[in-house]
Design a protein around this ligand. Structure first.
Ligand code: T3D
Length: 260
């Protein structure tokens, strides 16, 4: 794997770190491939029960690397790059069968903001900021932003954020619902690890089924969603962790979930 993405695994948590700090972790094709490989590794490893995505340096991710962009480039290329490189990464985060914590350590711009929004539980440093940078350079929000943004913040706010392309601070992101919690900049890495480690001790299959249900809900009627809930709940109820959860409750003790 390229050193533009670092991968570390301990205590059931795969820590995936974007690592081009001098360019605020702007995404190159090599880096997107490395990110895809890291997420695939985390997904397949049964010993990984939570994923933590963050960035090195003062930025989380400044979106596509514009230094490598060709203003005269073939437009079809952009579509291909999105389909082949960005979209699989966004889907890998959303469909990861384990919880994904995102620690937004600095600015999240363009597709970098899309990556942040694709997480399950998003933490941010108080000094972080968010920017739908696309319109500033004549592009439309991509890498899932037109899907994720209105669902997280509502239609009116999504339109304003996308069209005005104003950089918002972490407090505003929290108020709008882009972020679950804020931490002081220096405290964020440890807080994110603690949260990811906690999630790694939880009923992993149940959490994966929660993701599956929530991912499906946007395209479902209530009737369809009720049916899906019944199907997925039957699966959750068949896990060892469900039996352990009930036994622990009745035994008035803490559960010891194994992710099975
Ligand atoms: O084909 C495809 O790939 C299509 C996909 C498109 C998806 C997209 O993400 S499009 C949107 C691309 N991203 C942007 O437009 C954001 C561009 N960056 C900025 O607007 C600003 O840098 C930030 C608001 C993110 C941060 O501002 P600030 O003042 O904190 O930092 P800075 O001084 O602008 O940047 C620091 C360095 O990072 C600087 O390099 P230098 O001068 O120190 O050598 C800057 O050039 C570099 N950098 C920041 N963003 C990018 C970048 N280098 C390459 N690509 C970037 N996106």
């Amino acid at each position: 794997m390229s050193d533009t993405v670092l991968y570390d695994h301990h205590d059931g948590v795969a820590v995936v770190t974007l690592n081009r700090p001098d360019a605020l972790n702007a995404l190159t094709p090599v880096m997107l491939d490395a990110l895809g490989s890291a997420l695939a590794m985390a997904s397949e490893d049964v010993n990984v029960r939570a994923v933590l995505l963050t960035g090195r340096g003062r930025g989380f991710c400044a979106g596509a690397d514009l230094a490598g962009a060709r203003p005269d480039g073939d437009l079809a290329d952009v579509g291909r790059v999105l389909r082949e490189r960005y979209n699989p990464v966004v889907l890998a985060l959303r469909e990861m069968p384990k919880p994904v914590v995102v620690a937004v350590n600095g600015v999240a711009a363009g597709a970098g903001m899309s990556l942040a929004m694709a997480g399950d539980v998003v933490l941010a440093a108080r000094g972080a900021s968010f920017l739908q940078a696309f319109a500033k350079i004549g592009l439309i929000p991509d890498a899932g932003s037109t899907w994720l943004l209105p669902r997280l913040v509502g239609e009116q706010r999504a339109r304003a954020l996308a069209m005005l392309a104003e950089r918002i601070d972490a407090e505003t992101a929290l108020r709008l619902g882009l972020v679950w919690a804020l931490h002081d900049d220096a405290a964020l890495p440890e807080a994110a690890l603690v949260l990811a480690r906690h999630l790694a001790t939880q009923p992993t299959q149940g959490l994966a089924l929660i993701k599956q249900a929530l991912n499906a809900s946007a395209g479902h009627t209530l009737r369809e969603q009720l049916d899906l809930e019944a199907t997925l709940q039957a699966r959750a109820a068949g896990t060892e962790d469900f039996r352990e959860g009930v036994a622990a409750f009745l035994g008035k003790r803490a559960p010891a979930f194994k992710g099975r």
